[in-house]
Design a protein around this ligand. Sequence first.
Ligand SMILES: [Zn+2]
Length: 250
Amino acid sequence: MRWVDSHCHLDPEADLAQVLGEARAAGVEYLVNVGTDVASSRGAIEVAQANAGVWATAGVHPHDAAGGLEGLEELTLADRVVAIGECGLDYHYDHSPRETQREAFAAQLAIASRVGLPVVVHAREAWPDTFEILRAEAGSLTVVMHCFTGGPDEARQCLDLGAYLSFSGIVTFPNAPEVREAAALCPPDRLLVETDSPYLAPVPNRGRRNQPAWVPHVGAVVAEARGEGVWEVAERTTDNAVAVFGLDTA
Ligand SMILES: [Zn+2]
């Protein structure tokens, strides 16, 4: 089986070669390495350019929205950048003022439109504003709802907007039945899986430092929720990720 980790944060300062080797050994052939501010996006791109099977995004996380977007658009033109993000709204932590988060989110949707890349969205405890901004600004953009944590209602609203739902280790947590319901109703052509590593390690590794090699644990629970074979989910989510991000796997 082949997998894509559609959203991870690789640490070039840590045991990167080992992490990539273990991913490959687990069948996780392709990785999307996600930036969270201008500096980390630059770092993510460098890792992608230096390692086969790794692509990058450039974006500013809502936590870092107050730091501004200076230099971001230029980065999106770099080789192996396949999306803008992660960007969005996080009203759980409120690390940046909400108005600043909304402005940075809308501005990144505008950048994505200008440069013609999909957008990776982080939404936490901010669904109404997220939907409002996407409806107003996303136009014909391809949208990936990363680390989807909503239930069936939010899933339907995302799907109505044409978005993809990317499921993370949260789908494996016993206290997240609504996320499994969302995974069950997601059309096969809108389904993605990710680790969001090093955060949110899936069961049975919960609490440990997460890594891309564990994306099959996410896929197995998604498959169970959908009543499908694991291989089916692996194949679908791999095809979807290659298509959404335009991964040049040749
Ligand atoms: Zn992330």
